[in-house]
Design a protein. Sequence first.
Lengths: 385, 324, 326
Amino acid sequence: MQEEYKKSILDKLADKIVYGLGSFISLFKKGWKEKNKSKMEEWRLMLYALNRSPPALIGLFLVILFILVGIFGPRLAHWRYNFFPMLYTKSYDKIILAPPGSKFVLDYYNNTVITFPLGSDHYGRDLLSLILSGARTSFVISIIVISLGVPLGILLGLIAGYYGGKVDELIMRITDMFLAFPALILAIALSAVLPERIQNFISTHEAVQKFVLWLFALDVREAGNLGRLLAVILAMIIVWWPAYARITRGSTLTEKEKLYIEAARAIGLPARTIMFKHILPNIIGPILVYITLDFGGVILMEAGLSFLGLGATPPIADWGRIVYDGAQYFPKAWWLVFYPGLVVMLVALGWNLLGDGLRDILDPKTRRSIEFKVKKSKKEGEANA
Amino acid sequence: MEKVLEVKHLKKYFPVKGLFFTKGWVKAVDDISFEIYKGETFGLVGESGCGKTTTGRTILRLIEPTAGEILFEGKNVMELKGDELKWFRRKAQIMFQDPYSSLNPRQTVFEIIMEPVRFHGIEVDDPEEFVVNLLKSVGLNEMHLYRYPHEFSGGQRQRIALARIMALKPEFIVLDEPTSALDVSVQANILNTLKDLQEKHGFTYLFISHDLGVVKYMSHRMGVMYLGKLVEVGPADKIFENPLHPYTQMLLSAIPVPDPEMAKELKAKRKIVRGEPPSPINPPAGCRFHPRCPFAKDVCRKEEPPMVEVEKDHHVACWLYAKS
Amino acid sequence: MPEPILQVRNLTVHFYTYAGIVKAIERVSFDVYRGETFALVGETGCGKSVTSRALTQLIESPGRIVEGEVLYHKEDGTVVDLLKLNEEQIREIRGNEIAYIFQDPHASLDPLYTVGYQIGEAMEVHGKVESIKEGIKKAVDILRSVLIPDPENRVKNYPHELSGGMKQRVVIGIGIANNPKILIADEPTTALDVTVQAQILDLINQLKEKYKATVILITHNLGVVAETADRVAVMYAGKIVEIGSVEQIFKNPLHPYTKGLLKAVPNPMTKIERLEAIPGTVPNLITPPSGCRFHPRCPFATEVCKRKVPELKEMEDGHFVACHLY
């Protein structure tokens, strides 16, 4: 009977996605679809909730766009980040800081015409291509920082919260030490100290070097700059985990008092199983929201550090770095600050909108209210007919 | 008769933390001894804060006792390690009071029941059939297999918890106020199921409750607790017919009976029910009940009464029956 | 012929929640006589608390009193419909002529004020004393009347300095401070231990005699009902299924639900071989069963029970039942 509700196209799409996914999993695990009806129903309601929140949809759209550009950006870019058109033209001084929309002929490059839709930077490079290439830098950095820093924080928080006592004291005092420094200052200090050692490591391990270059879609020529880039990443991981240790510990403390945890102990389950199978799944909701919001935070901080001259060095394309370099020519070459700034803002906004939306979607109460509203709209539809 | 559980001089003190030092101790359980025989239900009654729940949890080693010995089938529970501890965790189970938080909200009924089974390496040919049979034995059915706890009512959740316990084929189950969060009509259902299962599988129960009617209905023998002490132990019928300890007498005369005529009778002969249990942080010296006891003598204020057997199997800790 | 003090007619309260309209109570009617103890019994969610609160419009959003009247017979002989009064007028009656005692004494007292202040404040609001200061002096007498030892010093205590039973006595003290005509006690002993419960019930009885008040007792505990009530109304799923004197209800229950309930409670003073349970669970009040709301769990249900809502019928003197069997 639930199939009769009045649904929007998006709701129907959500149904298709959930049932499709269910059938897909059933291909590998027989009977999965039948066994997980309740789970699929929850997923459907979550998607319905998402469909009813325009800000979250906008956020999702921006985030998906960012991820796609992050993956394919360097290929979409018309010019490589280290292509300097000024080297191929007679009017090289005009190419530097060319305003948006200007066109030039590259005399020494088969007379190709180069257009700068968003203008060019102070090396005369195409700003649009730089922004597209820079998406990869931001994307990879945010993924690395979150995927290493967050699990570390969650792990320490779980251990501290579950065992309590001296273990808790030790872990939390260390966490406090890190939290006592303003994150940005700590990151600045670390990114100033770390680069040389990392550079040494990188240059002696060729495989690592190749992998990192591939990740960031960089040329071998940039190998010498990787140290600074990785130093910033490491610095951010170090400042990122304490917040997660804190929130995880807090939720663990409340969750471990619940009876089902005691029931698990009475059965004899080991601490590891209780922590990861019983506590973690039940506290992960709010942490997920936090992670989503933090993706924006990492991108902002990375841009901020680059703006301070740390991390990526030219010619590596990086949004923060472009703004940093462009600031000298502001307001004359306004586009150098405006476009990368706008992109950083949109991406951060996207993650934040998605995070806020997720908070509502993961709350079972909102889901129930959606269920109710869907039913109600069905009744009203009947009344009108 | 075979003893399943023997508790000897069990003590559990909780520290009361001050700013820097431990300010004092809550003597939640203070030197209690009793035994439970195979196949019986031992009821443990008392008012809130008397230590009955702490006793149940300490027996299962969910809380470490301060002192005392717990023997389960002759083995000292506190010294169990490795495989023996795993065996104990399988044979001794607990059912909790609050059905709303005793099940993991992220697991389906199937997972909830199968997890302990897998952990204890119990071999099952067809897990689905195994779980369905268990569900049927507690009054649920196969439709409930892949549902989540929030889709069930309180009574149904207690049945799921019971099925999880049954899956391990335990011998001894601590029932910690299993029906106090439920409505009377549902309570009767669960109590009957528990009784039927005991008859069928020979379970031994430790039934903890503050509801005397329920304890009377369920128990063969029972103990009455007051402020961390066991004041009276004996066959349930005898205690209800002929309560010896003044506290038991007070407790029995205070219960409201669901029968207006009997209530009038009882009210007329109701002993003075007075006072409230004092804080267990600084319990009264001597017999802990003396400030509320209508028969308190000098000796009661000074010395703790020993447990004496007044009639067969009926023990009481009161100076009215002991010689000083 | 006993004289009614409260006549409730067709009281209906709905809650407009996100999950749907909860029909908490539906066309509930009963009389309460002057000077008696009238008990409303039923299980969780049967609407007994909602009924007691609706009497003085104490229903908060998202709840709404949809229809019905509550006729209150004042001592001077005038009759008012409590549901027609405005906010100001009902406040004059609530806490003054009709007082409440709620279940949880810990939550009913403000931890920031002394108990004396809280009693004084209740009196000052209704103009029984000139100032709170004078009220605090009067509070000593009130604490004495609710049998709190050493009332002179207790007046200065904060709620956390008192035990659960003492707190409930203070709450009762606040309730009777203005000498109410009707005292509505909503599960007054559920949060307390048995020995304390017995003392509180005795106290309520004594005060009822002393102040010649009428008590409306809301409880799920049939033992408490048997011990204290004169007349009883049994509620199930938002409807009253049976009304009668305590003897009629306990000795000669007519409604299958009342019968089942009585058989499901273990009486500690008798030997019971086996309790009889009522099959099934309490229905969801968003979509209650059609006809008689008990029919899905009733062993005697017939076709008519599914179709028609049974009305209360008088079977013997003062004994009403809503069931198609009769």
